[in-house]
Design a protein around this ligand. Structure first.
Ligand code: SAJ
Length: 416
């Protein structure tokens, strides 16, 4: 059956929006990708990508060449709009919905009767309803679900993205999707949109449950990583190898402990739990404690490096990895970067940064004369302390001989 969606617009062409746009285009749906970043727009229109994600460049290149994907800095008419813009938090950990607000207000003028608007950005409970109100303010000539219910001119739904960076193209297609329409017709229309490419199940619920579901998934992971991180601090004090401990405990049929690391980063797990905490501060002790445990881990690692550096006359510290996790270029909320920034400020010694996924050190580190971005071989050659921060695939090949005579702090258990 031919799709009722001839044109889909994806607003926000970042880590989620661009792969989603490219997947729709690969199904021969005309896609208009919209982004305020002109550099991203120009890059995509050349068939190139401005982010690192396995296999993405090829899908984007094919879609642009076939004429199904086009990027623009201005919204245009479409049958469905997917909003995939950032939802950061502010200094007081309150969610910042300003990107959703400006995206909603920017598409409102081009909406027409029968259109669908889906919020994909991870959002606090109530954000989709707010988005619908922002659009309604600008378009009093159209009806929206909050006023007209199931007969509204515009259908509105929340369908949170749930893909794992590094595996986005596979997970976009294979994962189940939770679809929360503001009314049953909104859910139905959103399901028919996602069914164009989703091979998993599209499961329908109401809009607030869909918002809370995404926050719950990421908070669940945060709490579980916090348990692993707390164990690692305990084990450091009790002189126990935490990696061996977890391996052994996980032999129990009902125990599955995650891996400790330098802390929790990225724009999702380190952020989303705060959206629950800020909604219900009086009932979120465990979720808050997990956030605090994970946020304190970089300071614990910093103290271990300081102790190692005090044993060396001229510390030269090889810092392996800056991204928030393995095999990606994303430095957002990266605990590794935070540790490197603390080291740079403390002027504890020379820092040799290795990050195979970026070409330039972050702007706040560029130009510091005790900080250099170098190759892995050079860092191993020149350093007397090796700090393993991110388990990028390039680092697994480091040999015992390359680490001989150096102090090694392995926050990821790569060389255990
Ligand atoms: N981490 C650990 N130990 C672990 C697992 C992860 O320290 O055992 C760290 C990572 O190094 C990283 C952070 O946690 O710093 C988050 O990494 P992640 O791989 O757990 O998750 P993200 O942020 O890349 O993606 C998550 C995913 N959510 C869940 O797994 C519940 C993904 O499915 C979501 O789509 C994504 O958040 C998102 O966009 O919200």
């Amino acid at each position: 059956m031919p799709s009722t969606f001839k044109t889909v617009s994806v607003v926000g062409l970042g880590y989620i929006g661009l792969p989603t746009a490219a997947i729709f285009a690969s199904q021969k749906i005309k896609v208009i990708g919209v982004d305020v970043n002109q550099h991203a727009v120009d890059t995509i229109n050349r068939g190139e990508v401005h982010i690192v994600e396995p296999d993405l460049e090829q899908v984007v290149q094919d879609s642009v060449e076939d004429g199904y994907l086009k990027a623009s800095s201005k919204p245009a008419a479409a049958d469905a709009f997917l909003i995939a813009v950032p939802t950061p938090f502010m200094e007081n950990y309150e969610p910042d919905l300003s990107y959703i607000e400006s995206a909603a207000k920017s598409i409102a003028p081009v909406l027409k009767r029968g259109d669908l608007v889906v919020l994909e950005s991870t959002s606090p409970v109530g954000a989709t309803e707010k988005m619908a109100r922002w659009m309604a303010e600008i378009r009093p000539d159209l009806t929206f679900p909050q006023d007209a219910g199931d007969c509204s001119d515009i259908r509105v739904a929340h369908c949170p993205e749930r893909v794992l960076p590094g595996h986005v193209l596979r997970e976009l297609v294979q994962n189940d999707r939770v679809i929360g329409g503001m009314t049953p017709s909104c859910s139905e229309k959103a399901s028919s949109l996602y069914n164009i490419f989703v091979q998993g199940e599209c499961i329908v619920t109401d809009v607030r449950t869909a918002e809370m579901c995404k926050l719950t998934e990421n908070s669940f992971r945060d709490v579980n990583i916090a348990f692993a991180n707390e164990l690692s601090v305990i084990c450091d004090k009790l002189d126990i190898n935490v990696w061996e401990l977890i391996r052994l405990a996980n032999r129990h049929p009902r125990v599955n402990i995650l891996q400790p690391g330098p802390g929790v980063g990225g724009h999702c797990i380190a952020v989303d739990p705060w959206f629950i905490i800020s909604s219900v501060p009086e009932s979120t002790q465990l979720i808050r404690a997990a956030r605090e445990v994970n946020d304190s881990k970089p300071f614990h690692v910093f103290k271990s490096i300081k102790a190692a550096a005090e044993q060396v006359s001229s510390p030269v510290i090889a810092c392996l990895g800056l991204a928030f996790k393995a095999d990606i270029d994303d430095l957002r909320e990266s605990p590794s970067l935070k540790i490197v920034e603390m080291l740079a400020q403390s002027a504890m010694g020379k820092l040799l940064l290795v990050e195979p996924n970026i070409d330039e050190a972050p702007s706040n580190l560029v130009g510091l004369n005790h900080v250099e971005l170098v190759s892995l071989d050079e860092a191993l050659e020149r350093s007397n302390i090796v700090l393993m921060l991110v388990n990028h695939r390039e680092f697994y090949g480091v040999t015992e001989r390359q680490l001989a005579d150096k102090a090694v702090i392995d926050t990821r258990g790569v060389w255990q």
